[in-house]
Design a binder for this molecule. Structure first.
Ligand SMILES: Nc1ncnc2c1ncn2[C@@H]1O[C@H](COP(=O)(O)OP(=O)(O)OP(=O)(O)O)[C@@H](O)[C@H]1O
Ligand SMILES: [Zn+2]
Length: 639
C-alpha cells in the first residue's frame, strides 16, 4: 500500500474517532458509539492486517501480526475503545516514524541537492545549454561564476575559485587553473573555466559518493543483524508467553495487552536509525563510511598504521640537493629528469619539476622503460642504460656503491632526505636528495588518536630508515618500519592483526592499496578522483586533510553510543510497560501510546547524530584505562 493511501486511511480513522468521542461526550447513542469504534478499528487496521498477512505468507512473525491478533481479540471480547485506539496509534506511530526517519536521512538528501542539473557545452563551435547528464566524455564545458560544475574533468583554460564541499565536505575556496582537475558538484564561486569532460553522469566522483552512501546506509551493522535474528525468535516467543499469561490468569484482556506491549518495534529500528544518521553525517563531511559494520569496527580500533609519504607527509616532495660524482650537477639533473618523465612516482615528478624550474629542456626520450616497484626505474637513455632509485635496486643490478658515495647518501638521509641514486650500468653518477615536509596537522592528529584510546601507532614506508625515524620521532609514533616494498606493507599489516589488536591502515592509495585492503579497517585519504582507492578502502576521506580522521573516529564512537542508548530505551520501555501490564497499571491503549512514543524517542535520539560535530570535550576526558591482555601486548610488539 502506498504511503499516501495509508495517510488517507489514517485521517479517515481519525475522523471516525472524533465522531465517536462526540457521541460519547454528548451521550447520543451507545449503539452508534460502538458502531463508530468498530468501523474505526477496521478502517485503521486494514494497512496493518495486509502487512501481517503478507509477512505470514513468507512465514515471518511480524509486529503487525501481533497487533492484528490483539485487535481481533479486543473486538471479540468487546473492548472497542482499545481496538480502535491500538490500530489508530499504530498507524499514527508509523506515520511519525516515516516523517522523522526522513530527517535521519536528511544528510544524504541535502547532498543530492548539490547535484548539478545543467551544463553549457560547445559542440562544433556552437554553444548550447543541455541537461548535465547529456554531456558526453571529451565535451568542452563552460562554467561561469555561480554555476555548478556538471562533470569531472580537466581545466584547459580560464581560472576560478571553486568550492568543493560536495566532494570533500570542506567549504574552502580552491583555486583552479589550467591542467587542474575539477569535480562534478563543485560550485564556481568566482571566475570562469573551460573544462574537458573526463567522467560524466554516473561515472563522476560525486555520483559514486551518492551511490556508496546509499549502499552503505543499507549495509547492516552486526548489532542490527543480531537484532533482526532476535526479533524472529522473540515475536513468536511473545505469542507463546501471552497464551501462558491467559492460561494462568484466565484474563483475555491482560493476555492481549501483553501481546501488543511486548512487540519489539523500537528495538528493531534502534540500530539502523543510528547507523543511517551517522553515515549521513560522515558523508556531508567528506567521509565515506561503507556500512554499519565498518562504523562498529571504527569504534573498536586500538591500533593505527600509517603510510608515510603522502599520508603523514604532504606528498609534495622537493629537490633539496644535487651532487654529481664526476659529472656536472646540471647534466645529472637533466639526465634524471629525462628518464623520470615516464614516472608516475612522486619522487620522479619532483625531479622533473626541478629540471623544469631550472629551465632545462627535456629533449631525449627514454626507451626500454622498466618500473621497479619500491626500488626505482630502469631505462635506456641515448643508447645507455640508466638506473634511478634506491640501494635495493642498485644491488639488484650489481652496481657497486663506493664509500665516498655511501657516506654522502647517509649524511643526506640523516638530514631527513630521500637519497635517489642515479647510476649507469657500472657506477653511481650522482645523488639527488629529495625531502617531503610533514603535514601541519599530523602531530595533532596523532595526539588526538592517542587521547581517544588508540594504543599502538605505527608507520610503514618504502623510504629509507633514517628519514623514516626522523618522521617517527617528530610525531611520537610507537614503531616504524622502513624500506618496505608495497607487498611487505600488506604482510606487515596482516602480521599485526588478531590477538586483540583492531587495526586501521591509513594511506593515500598510491603504493599502499594492498595494505589498505588487508587491514581491519582500510582508510584511504585525499583520493577524490582515484577510483581504486575509493573501491578498496572501507573508509574514504575525500579531502586531503588528516583532520577528517579524528572526525571519523569520534563520529563512529558517538554512533555506537547512540545505538546502545537506543537499545536501552527500547528494552527499558518494554520492560517497564510489561511490569505495568502484569500489575494492571497499564492498559492496551495507554501502553500502545507509550510504546509508540518510545519508537519516536529512538528516532529523535538518532537524529542528533545528523548534526554531530566532534568537540574538544572528548579530548579533555582521560583516555579509557583498558586493561590490555598479555596477548594484545605481545601482538603489538611483534608487529
Ligand atoms: N620513480 C622513482 N624514482 C626514484 N626512486 C624511486 C622511484 N620509485 C621508487 N623509488 C625508490 O623506492 C623507494 C620506495 O618507493 P615507494 O613508492 O615504495 O615508497 P615511497 O613513496 O618512497 O614512500 P611511502 O612508502 O611512505 O609511500 C623510494 O623511497 C625511492 O628510494
Ligand atoms: Zn605512499
Amino acid at each position: 500500500m502506498k504511503a499516501k493511501q495509508v495517510n488517507r486511511i489514517m485521517y479517515a480513522a481519525g475522523i471516525l474517532l472524533l465522531a465517536a468521542l462526540a457521541t460519547y461526550v454528548f451521550k447520543w447513542n451507545s449503539l452508534l458509539l460502538d458502531a463508530l469504534l468498530i468501523t474505526a478499528s477496521i478502517v485503521a487496521g486494514v494497512p496493518t492486517f495486509i502487512k501481517a498477512w503478507k509477512a505470514s505468507r513468507l512465514k515471518m512473525f511480524s509486529i503487525e501480526l501481533l497487533v492484528t491478533i490483539a485487535v481481533i481479540g479486543a473486538l471479540i471480547i468487546g473492548e472497542y475503545v482499545e481496538s480502535a485506539a491500538v490500530t489508530f496509534l499504530f498507524l499514527f506511530g508509523a506515520f511519525l516514524e516515516g516523517r522523522s526517519l526522513e530527517k535521519a536521512r536528511a544528510s544524504l538528501k541535502s547532498l543530492m541537492e548539490m547535484a548539478p542539473l545543467e551544463a553549457t557545452v560547445v559542440r562544433n563551435g556552437l554553444r548550447s545549454l543541455i541537461m548535465a547528464d547529456e554531456v558526453v566524455e571529451n565535451d568542452l564545458v563552460l562554467i561561469q561564476t555561480g554555476e555548478k560544475i556538471p562533470i569531472d574533468g580537466w581545466v584547459i583554460s580560464g581560472s576560478a575559485s571553486v568550492n568543493e564541499a560536495a566532494i570533500t565536505g570542506e567549504s574552502i575556496p580552491i583555486s583552479k587553473v589550467m591542467d587542474d582537475q575539477v569535480f562534478s558538484g563543485s560550485i564556481l564561486d568566482s571566475g570562469y573555466l573551460e573544462v574537458i569532460a573526463e567522467h560524466v553522469g554516473e561515472d563522476t566522483t560525486f555520483a559514486k559518493i551518492i551511490e556508496l552512501v546509499e549502499e552503505a546506509q543499507e549495509g547492516k551493522a552486526k548489532t542490527q543483524r543480531f537484532l533482526e535474528k532476535f526479533a524472529t525468535i522473540y515475536t513468536p516467543g511473545i505469542m507463546v508467553l501471552s497464551v501462558l499469561v491467559w492460561m494462568i490468569t484466565q484474563d483475555v484482556h491482560l493476555a492481549l495487552t501483553f501481546l501488543v506491549i511486548a512487540c519489539p518495534g523500537a528495538l528493531v529500528i534502534s540500530a539502523p536509525v543510528s547507523i543511517v544518521a551517522g553515515i549521513g553525517n560522515a558523508a556531508r563531511n567528506g567521509i565515506l563510511i561503507k556500512g554499519g559494520e565498518v562504523m562498529e569496527n571504527l569504534a573498536k580500533l586500538n591500533a593505527f598504521v600509517f603510510d608515510k609519504t603522502g599520508t603523514l607527509t604532504k606528498g609534495k616532495p622537493e629537490v633539496t640537493a644535487i651532487k654529481g660524482f664526476g659529472i656536472p650537477e646540471e647534466d645529472l639533473l637533466l639526465m634524471a629528469a629525462e628518464a623520470e618523465v615516464i614516472s608516475e612516482h612522486h619522487l620522479g615528478r619532483a625531479i622533473v619539476k626541478e629540471a623544469e624550474r631550472n629551465g632545462l629542456k627535456l629533449l631525449n626520450k627514454p626507451t626500454e622503460v622498466n618500473v621497479l616497484k619500491g626500488r626505482g626505474i630502469e631505462v635506456n637513455l641515448n643508447g645507455k642504460a640508466l638506473y634511478i632509485g634506491n640501494r635495493k635496486g642498485l644491488s639488484g643490478n650489481g652496481i657497486h656503491i663506493e664509500t665516498e658515495v655511501e657516506s654522502y647518501a647517509l649524511q643526506q638521509e640523516k638530514a631527513g632526505n630521500t637519497a635517489v641514486f642515479i647510476a649507469d650500468d657500472q657506477k653511481v653518477l650522482g645523488i639527488i636528495s629529495i625531502a617531503d615536509a610533514i603535514r601541519e596537522k599530523a602531530k595533532e592528529t596523532i595526539d588526538n588518536l592517542r587521547a581517544s584510546g588508540i594504543k599502538h601507532l605505527v608507520m610503514l614506508t618504502g623510504d629509507n630508515k633514517h628519514t623514516a625515524s626522523i618522521v617517527g620521532e617528530q610525531l611520537g609514533l610507537d614503531r616504524i618500519y622502513a624500506e618496505l616494498l608495497p607487498e611487505d606493507k600488506a604482510l606487515k599489516v596482516k602480521s599485526c592483526m588478531g590477538k586483540g589488536i583492531k587495526l586501521a591502515m591509513l594511506g593515500d592509495g598510491v603504493n599502499d592499496a594492498p595494505a589498505i585492503a588487508s587491514a581491519d579497517v582500510g582508510i584511504a585519504m585525499g583520493v577524490a578522483g582515484t577510483d581504486i582507492a575509493m573501491e578498496t578502502a572501507d573508509v574514504v576521506l575525500m579531502a586531503d586533510n588528516l583532520d577528517k580522521l579524528t572526525h571519523a573516529l569520534k563520529l563512529s564512537k558517538a554512533t555506537v553510543r547512540n545505538m546502545k542508548q537506543n537499545m536501552f530505551i527500547a528494552v527499558g520501555t518494554v520492560a517497564l510497560l510489561l511490569a505495568g501490564v502484569l500489575t494492571k497499571n497499564v492498559n492496551l491503549a495507554s501502553g500502545m501510546l507509550i510504546h509508540e512514543l518510545s519508537v519516536l524517542l529512538v528516532i529523535l535520539n538518532a537524529i542528533r547524530l545528523v548534526r554531530f560535530k566532534p568537540s574538544s570535550r572528548f579530548k579533555r576526558s582521560a583516555p579509557p584505562k583498558e586493561e590490555y591482555a598479555f596477548e594484545t601486548i605481545k601482538a603489538a610488539q611483534e608487529c
